[in-house]
Design a binder for this molecule. Structure first.
Ligand code: C5P
Length: 402
């Protein structure tokens, strides 16, 4: 993946034990195609050597506003003018207080103050003890910094280096990376509420057996991620899958089609967009047994009867909000052949404005896919690409149809 290709990030480290995570973050940013210029405060150098950060970023590190390597002796100007963003990770309580007052007595704070405020965003990843984080002074500073245009990336919660447990840890490098990639995505769905179903469902036969569909959930999770990157408020109703929840997405876990139906219908009442990617089982055993069905040695097999599951997409597409246009519904179709004809027929049968077809067996479990978008006007092909890339393209297509 090259999610940060062409981006130049100034990574600032202020003093805190979370500096050790900045090394991993630097690597992760570079792996995604960014160039990284590291700037460290004197306190940060107590926790991490510039040598380490130089080796990882492949650039000499700046630590002083008196750095004579710059011909004009103005690293604070030169470094900030080149940046697509300045990311302070870790951002200590003290550094937040400094930024708030516009202090500029070291290179990093001087550079933040000197940055062109309209074109170089400032992202902060706070890191501190839980009492320091909860202190009214820090909370006040955070609100004022937000009002001044900084983007606070939030904090993690858990065991802290001081031995206490609570809020204030720096987010993990992979979480920060996801937030930074999201930050640079166009906000095509800003403020929209997006509801997504994903994964298979599991229909119990007895307490130890059941039937299910082949679905990894990867496409639906990628759409949840892309919608959140585009600024939407996202709820993901997920069948049994072991995928990590995308950053900033609210996840509701369900097992059966009936549970998915019962969780999704009320949520659809307050959504603007519904995307049904789940591979919902069409039928469930009519009389699931409370106890494990045992072999009795006679060679007789159990006779299963099935009941049809509710069609979640069709039900929501028929709801008054969808019919009035307040809720935009998108269906998926996993076919094995005749994709265009099957997708067109399914779009009409489900009563949705947009249906996305894919060849099921070619995509189950894979990280890439190819899509065919079918609406009233015709069909658009999305050639094979990663599911995340396709999800971003789909978000663009949906936003242009709203
Ligand atoms: O009819 P079929 O299962 O092929 O339709 C696929 C589309 O309908 C997908 O968007 C899927 O999530 C949705 N669906 C549903 N509830 C069902 C069956 C399918 O929401 N019971």
């Amino acid at each position: 993946m090259n999610d940060l290709a062409g981006r130049h990030i100034v990574l600032g480290l202020s003093g805190g034990i979370a500096c050790y995570k900045a090394a991993e973050l630097c690597r992760a940013l570079i792996k995604q195609g960014a160039t990284v210029q590291v700037v460290m405060t004197e306190a940060a150098e107590q926790f991490m050597t510039p040598v380490t950060m130089q080796a990882l970023s492949n650039r000499t590190v700046y630590t002083s506003q008196w750095d004579s390597r710059e011909p004009n002796n103005m690293p604070h100007i030169n470094l900030s003018r080149e940046a697509d963003c300045i990311l302070i990770a870790p951002c200590s309580a003290d550094f937040m207080a400094k930024l708030l007052h516009g202090r500029a007595d070291d290179l990093l704070s001087l550079m933040c103050l000197a940055r062109p405020i309209d074109t170089v965003p400032l992202l902060l990843a706070p890191a501190m003890n839980r009492e320091m984080w909860a202190h009214p002074a820090t909370q006040r500073n955070m609100m004022q910094l937000t009002a001044d245009g900084a983007h606070i990336l939030g904090v993690g919660s858990g065991f802290q280096a001081c031995g206490e447990t609570g809020d204030g840890r720096m987010l993990e490098p992979n979480e920060l990376l996801e937030d930074i990639v999201a930050f640079f995505q166009p906000k095509r769905l800003q403020g929209k509420r997006v509801l997504i179903t994903a994964g298979p469902t599991f229909e119990a036969i007895d307490p130890v057996r059941g039937i299910t569909n082949l679905s990894s959930g990867k496409m639906g999770f990628a759409i949840a991620r892309a919608a959140r990157e585009a600024g939407a408020v996202v709820t993901l109703v997920a069948g049994p899958v072991s995928l990590a929840t995308p950053r900033g997405v609210t996840r509701v876990d369900v097992k059966s089609a009936q549970q998915m139906h019962d969780a999704t219908l009320p949520l659809s009442q307050s959504a603007d967009i519904f995307v049904a990617t789940a591979a919902v089982a069409d039928w469930r055993p009519a009389n699931a047994s409370d106890q494990k069905i045992k072999k009795d040695g006679s060679g007789k097999t159990p006779q299963l009867e099935f009941t049809e599951n509710p069609d979640i997409l069709a039900a929501i597409a028929q709801s008054p909000r969808a019919q009035s246009g307040a809720l935009y519904c998108v269906g998926f179709a996993a076919e094995s052949h005749d994709l265009l004809a099957n997708a067109q027929a399914k779009r009409v049968r489900k009563g949705v404005p947009l249906l996305v077809g894919n060849i099921g067996p070619a995509t189950f479990g894979a990280d890439d896919n190819a899509l065919l978008l079918v609406d009233a006007k015709g069909a658009v092909e999305m050639p094979r690409a990663s599911k995340v890339d396709l999800a971003r393209q789909l978000v663009t297509e949906i936003s242009s149809r709203l």
